[in-house]
Design a protein around this ligand. Structure first.
Ligand SMILES: Cc1cc2nc3c(=O)[nH]c(=O)nc-3n(C[C@H](O)[C@H](O)[C@H](O)COP(=O)(O)OP(=O)(O)OC[C@H]3O[C@@H](n4cnc5c(N)ncnc54)[C@H](O)[C@@H]3O)c2cc1C
Length: 311
């Protein structure tokens, strides 16, 4: 039996652990933080390849993840929702975006001023406080173990295979200067009863999105490349609420619940999912930026193939 240590208990590490266990590996997850204290727990967690760029690998991961979520929705996995979603465009798009090939319910319609077009599709969305708990429970039900442990070097993990799913921390752990934070600020308000997600990424006042969940609505948000602090910013929160209320007037006066700031683990050149060039037992899986939930199951399949395919 292949012995695997997955370093990292966010969405990337936990999904990889589940796929590895399904293939018969003996898996231990080491996570410096409780899964509910990771960047993954902050995510709006709507399926959407935010600024991933287009390449065949990312397209394959996004499509596999979409299908996995649809199966999990059919199975009633807790924390998953399917949301009708409208992406609004202020300038016409020449063709359907590449990622629409993976999504269901895709339809391009004329927009109402100032929008020239509306792209409709169905997007899985994970309520991460619930979904991460389900992932962690799946790991343990399948015979895996999750331990709270912070490594100072990956060499501390002695196993047949080590998966490096440490997100932003990979910058220092494997000395990868391409890894950088992208700060995101979101606001949570009470849900007045809306179920449709809306995104206006071309808003000159700032990136704007509204993601209704079962108990609240995620209002977003910011995407500050290179910014790595958690400093509160009341003016930023007020501006997010104003933009989102403009997009979904039903939210006017919705009760403020909380705000969250998270650092997306971005990487110039895109996510790194590969076997280390100098240590063949080490598999890297980090740098998923603003799309870790969206790519999670596809990456988990790839990590599993890299880890066990050759055994
Ligand atoms: C505001 C916001 C909104 C977002 N919205 C979306 C969205 O709608 N859709 C989407 O797909 N994505 C979204 N994301 C992005 C998503 O959250 C990330 O891509 C994803 O969480 C990355 O997962 P990860 O497992 O790689 O990293 P993390 O969740 O950061 O997990 C890293 C893990 O590594 C562990 N670790 C780190 N260092 C060590 C160490 N030295 N020793 C042991 N363990 C260590 C940590 O404890 C943690 O368990 C959003 C992010 C933010 C901030």
């Amino acid at each position: 039996m292949t012995d695997v240590i997955v370093v990292g208990g966010g969405v990337i590490g936990l999904t990889a652990a589940i796929r590895l266990l399904e293939r018969g590996a003996a898996v231990t997850v080491w996570s410096a933080d409780d899964p509910l204290d990771t960047v993954s727990a902050v995510a709006a967690a709507a399926w959407y390849p935010t600024r991933t760029g287009e390449n065949p690998q990312v397209a394959r991961w996004a499509a596999a993840t979409y299908r996995a979520f649809r199966r999990q929705l059919d199975d009633g996995v807790p924390g998953l929702l399917l949301r009708p979603t409208r992406n609004l465009f202020r300038t016409p798009i020449p063709a359907l975006p590449w990622w629409t090939a993976a999504a269901d319910g895709v339809e391009l319609r004329d927009g109402i001023t100032p929008y020239t077009q509306e792209l409709h599709f169905l997007a899985p969305l994970a309520e991460m406080d619930i979904y991460l708990g389900w992932l962690a429970a799946r790991v343990e039900e399948a015979g895996g173990r999750i331990e709270r442990r912070r490594v100072t070097a990956l060499a501390e993990a002695e196993a047949d295979v080590v998966v490096n799913a440490t997100g932003l921390a990979a910058r220092a752990l494997v000395n990868d200067p391409a890894v950088h934070p992208v700060r995101g600020h979101i606001v949570l308000v009470e849900n007045p009863g809306i179920t449709e997600a809306i995104r206006d990424q071309q808003n000159p006042a700032g990136n704007t999105y509204v993601h209704p969940r079962s108990r609240d609505v995620v209002l977003g948000g910011t995407f500050d490349v290179g910014r790595g602090d958690f400093d509160p910013d009341p003016a930023e929160a007020a501006a997010i609420i104003e933009r989102c209320t403009g997009l979904a007037p039903e939210l006017t006066g919705a009760r403020f619940l909380a705000e969250r700031i998270g650092l997306r683990p971005a990487r110039h050149g895109g996510p790194r999912v590969e076997i280390d060039a100098t240590d063949s037992r080490l598999i890297h899986a980090y740098g998923h930026g603003g799309a870790g939930m969206t790519l999670s199951w596809g990456c988990a399949d790839e990590i599993t193939e890299l880890a066990l395919g050759r055994r």
